[in-house]
Every structure is written in structure tokens, then in C-alpha cells.
Design a protein around this ligand. Structure first.
Ligand code: TZP
Ligand code: MG
Length: 223
């Protein structure tokens, strides 16, 4: 476990955010995560969802192993949706959607020292999440994605731009169909980072793909 980062550090953690579970991997997830860390990811979310997702003890054990790898390399370990798992593992944080409990209720269960991310698709949803105490917002899908069956409509960078126009200053990460060739507009619009599944987990050479995104996002964030 890490101590809860302040807002500026959360921005830095969001720069290159790997989201994945076993379903997204063509190699053992532990190997995918180790290679991605070697390539330079800054944050990790365990998202075990979709056809063939692990359940029960296998789900829990995988989460535990991935958390251990994150811990060794001081990468914060975020759990997707599952408050019970986040509590059981004493994870560094959780990421929830609009269909999940609001951030204030989750905070009451997890404690003040945890990172809470919320998916938001509009200025209204963003304002509510901020009021509820979210630490960062996930915005997407930016581009078409094959990794989320129930994804909302593709929005490009319009929501990020709208949030910035409303002077909403919470850390933001874009997600959905992002790869090295289309990441730039997301940073230009004002996001602090990109969250990806297939652009890392779906690649043959995970470390090299991550390195490319690492170099690119470092450059884009500096501009
Ligand atoms: N939420 C919105 S799009 C998405 C999630 C979890 C999937 C992102 O996966 P990919 O492969 O990077 O498009
Ligand atoms: Mg959810």
C-alpha cells in the first residue's frame, strides 16, 4: 500500500494508466503487468470483466498476485468496481462507474486514505462525482473500443473540453480505444493521462508497446 497521493501526484499517476484483467491478456497477466511496469506504466487497475472472467478464489488470488507485483514496484493498485475486494486487499483505491455506489458512500467504507476514481460522461456527472469526493475522473470512451461491451457513445475529446471550459480542475484520464497514434488530442484537450487496455495488454511485445506510450505521454504532458 502507498500513502494517498495529493492531487498533483494523482495527476502524475494518471499519465499512463494500465487497466486489465486476465480476459485482456494473451500471456499470463502477471507477465503482462511486469512487462508493462518495466515499460513505464504509472498506475494499474485490476478489471476482471467480460466473457471468461475469473470468479471466486481464482479471481481473488489473481488480484492478490497482481497487487504484490504493483507493490514491489510502487505502482498504486486500483480495483475496478469491487468494494469488497478493495477492502479485503487493502488496495490503494477503487474505480467506479455511474451505476455503482457514489464516491462518498465508498469513501465511508474504504477510508480517507484511498484513491477513488469515477467514470463521468458529462459536466453534470463530473460535478456530482466531485461533490461526492472523487479524486479523479475517467472520461470515455474517447474512441471506439472493443474492450467494453456496454460502453457509452464515443465522445472524442468533447467531454474533456467541456469540463475544462467549466473550469473543472479535478485530475482527468481519458479511456477508450486509445493508442500511440491517437493519444495527442486527449492531452491537448487537457487530460492528465490515458488509460488503456488493448494498446498494452493486447500487444505481443508488451514492454516495447508500453515504452512507446511512456515516451509519447511524457512528451505530450510536458507541452
Ligand atoms: N471504459 C470505457 S472504454 C473502456 C473502459 C473500461 C475500455 C478501454 O479499453 P481499450 O482496449 O483501451 O479501448
Ligand atoms: Mg462499474
Amino acid at each position: 500500500m502507498i500513502t494517498k497521493p495529493d492531487t498533483q501526484h494523482i495527476r502524475q499517476y494518471l499519465r499512463l494508466y494500465l487497466v486489465m484483467g486476465s480476459v485482456n491478456c494473451n500471456q499470463p497477466p502477471e507477465e503482462v503487468l511486469k512487462s508493462a511496469i518495466a515499460g513505464g506504466i504509472t498506475l494499474f487497475q485490476f478489471r476482471e470483466k467480460g466473457v471468461g472472467a475469473l470468479t471466486g478464489q481464482a479471481y481473488y488470488k489473481l488480484a492478490e498476485r497482481l497487487q504484490q507485483i504493483c507493490h514491489t514496484h510502487q505502482i498504486p493498485f486500483i480495483v475496478n468496481d469491487d468494494v469488497e475486494l478493495a477492502i479485503a486487499l487493502n488496495a490503494d483505491g477503487i474505480h467506479v462507474g455511474q451505476e455503482d455506489a457514489p464516491a462518498d458512500q465508498i469513501r465511508a467504507r474504504l477510508g480517507d486514505d484511498k484513491i477513488i476514481g469515477v467514470s463521468a460522461h458529462s459536466v453534470a456527472e463530473a460535478r456530482q462525482a466531485i461533490e461526492d469526493g472523487a479524486d479523479y475522473l475517467g472520461i470515455g470512451p474517447i474512441y471506439p473500443t472493443i474492450s467494453k461491451a456496454d460502453a457509452q457513445a464515443v465522445q472524442g475529446t468533447s467531454t474533456i473540453t467541456a469540463l475544462k471550459n467549466h473550469h473543472i480542475e479535478i485530475p482527468l484520464v481519458g479511456i477508450g480505444g486509445i493508442h500511440a497514434g491517437n493519444a495527442e488530442p486527449i492531452f491537448t484537450a487537457g487530460a492528465d493521462g490515458i488509460a488503456v487496455i488493448s494498446a498494452i495488454a493486447g500487444q505481443t511485445d508488451i514492454e516495447q508497446a508500453t515504452q512507446q506510450l511512456n515516451t509519447l505521454t511524457r512528451r505530450l504532458i510536458a507541452n
